[in-house]
Write a protein of this length. Structure first.
Length: 475
């Protein structure tokens, strides 16, 4: 049992025991008060009527007439007492002092209903008689007084009755409280022990442990925590696998230019001066390729670590696209290709201008690279004023992408089967573009054109809209 179990058990048990004793004391006090309130004098309307009749009989007929009335009542098992100043009954019966004292207390009470069941009448013989009727009871005992009949239980001098504390109910409640506190503490601490073990396993590198099978029977917050742990470990496994795959792909991509550099250096050592310039040019080209790859990897690392820099700058997207088209036109024109832009998007986008420029440029240069000679790469923009979204489309006339690879072209180091043989890239441009677009709360997707070529659509939210006349840029 862990410390958490005993903490749960201790505080739950203390709360249960306190509640149990509190309820027990309340019942005890209530029972005490009820015992004090229970009257042994008959307070019913018939008793009140009988007392008034006896008072009239004593007042107008004397003690002998009252004695005859009491004897007649005893034949009907009705006990009426007439006690003088010395607490002696008119019929010579033994009367409990407690009963007499209660009758005198009722005589002094302010409640009219209680005063009617007792009467104090002064008789002709000079004695004052207090008359009352004991409360009815099912228990009778032989009485020492004269006359037929049996005496009620009020005649027995039982003495002071002990007041018992309800120890048995409290003991039962105490045992039940401890048992339920034990079960409740175990119910809470059991899944927490599994969570602790799972976190220890994850800290040691074992991410294969799942809590869903252990907590599948529960439907509380601890079960939700277990499911969240499983989701977390699944994402960690994916990230670690992605990291291993990235390291493998990077090492593979770097191995080829490094091997060519080493070969070129070896050739430079044995070649004559006439061929040395070609070898140095080869070394420079491979160095540029490696520098470009390292730069892309650094950008990718920043995006993966969620530290892309400031993402709060307002970006005027239309001037950015115009500059981008002008810069890319030189590359396209050198290869007999053209760029045509239809942009009408004088809006502002919140983000990082350098990263956003690079993302759109990667898509645009990828389209220029794969479009056929003497064809045109088109760039279109459209504004959704209702949802405040900018739709940017880049269309080429290249070989396109197989349908089953459309979702994969944005993955790291992926190159389509249709362009792998003649591609000089590393498969990072579109992957970086997707991560940058995601960082700007947008999304990117690709689709094949019906008449040949690839269409890449980028959607970005904008924050300011100042529509102006559209412009068409051609090259």
């Amino acid at each position: 049992m862990g410390r958490l179990f005993w903490k749960f058990f201790f505080f739950i048990a203390i709360a249960q025991i306190t509640a149990t004793f509190g309820v027990g004391v309340l019942f005890w006090v209530e029972n005490l008060e009820r015992n004090n309130r229970n009257s042994e004098i008959d307070l019913s309307p018939p008793a009140s009527f009988m007392i008034r009749s006896a008072a009239a009989t004593l007042q107008f007929g004397g003690a002998e007439a009252l004695r005859s009335l009491i004897n007649e009542g005893r034949q009907h098992r009705l006990q009426l007492y007439a006690v003088d100043e010395d607490n002696k009954d008119l019929m010579g019966r033994e009367v409990s002092p407690k009963l007499v004292e209660e009758a005198r207390a009722l005589l002094r009470t302010e409640r009219e209903r209680d005063r009617r069941v007792v009467e104090l009448v002064r008789a002709a013989n000079g004695h004052s008689y207090l008359m009352f009727i004991p409360a009815p009871s099912d228990e009778f005992a032989p009485g020492p007084g004269p006359g037929p009949g049996r005496e009620p239980r009020h005649m027995r001098d039982r003495g002071p009755q002990p007041l018992f504390f309800p120890s048995m109910p409290i003991a039962v409640a105490l045992v039940a409280s401890l048992v339920f506190a034990l079960l409740l503490a175990w119910y809470f601490s059991y899944p927490i022990r599994h969570l602790k073990n799972a976190f220890n396993q994850a800290a040691s590198g074992n991410l294969d442990l799942e809590l869903e099978p252990v907590m599948s029977s529960r439907s509380d917050e601890l079960a939700d925590l277990g499911r969240d742990f499983d989701v977390m470990t699944a994402k960690l496994r994916t990230l670690m696998e992605s990291q291993r795959r990235l390291l493998h792909d990077v090492s593979h991509e770097l191995r080829s230019p490094i091997a060519r550099l080493q070969m070129a250096i070896g050739l430079a050592r044995v070649q004559d001066k006439d061929k040395l310039d070609l070898t140095l040019e080869r070394i420079e080209r491979e160095s540029v390729r490696m520098d470009k790859l390292v730069g892309e990897l650094l950008t990718l690392s920043r995006l993966e670590a969620n530290v892309p820099g400031s993402m709060e700058e307002p970006i005027a997207i239309q001037p950015m696209l115009a500059d981008m088209i002008n810069d890319a036109s030189f590359e396209a024109g050198a290869n007999g290709k053209h760029i045509e832009g239809h942009i009408d998007c004088r809006v502002q986008i919140k983000g990082n201008p350098e990263l956003l420029y690079r993302a759109i440029e990667n898509v645009l240069r990828n389209a220029i690279k794969h479009t056929a000679a003497d064809t045109t790469v088109e760039l279109h923009t459209q504004l959704d004023e209702i949802n405040k979204l900018l739709h940017l489309s880049i269309l080429d006339r290249g070989p396109g992408v197989p349908e089953d690879e459309l979702n994969s072209i944005f993955e790291l180091f992926f190159r389509s089967s249709r362009t792998k043989s003649n591609s000089s890239g590393h498969g990072l441009g579109l992957s970086i573009a997707r991560r940058i677009i995601d960082a700007h709360s947008g999304f990117i997707r690709a689709a094949n054109r019906r008449d040949g070529g690839l269409r890449v659509d980028i959607t970005l939210p904008f924050m300011a809209d100042e529509p102006v006349k559209g412009q068409t840029l051609e090259s």
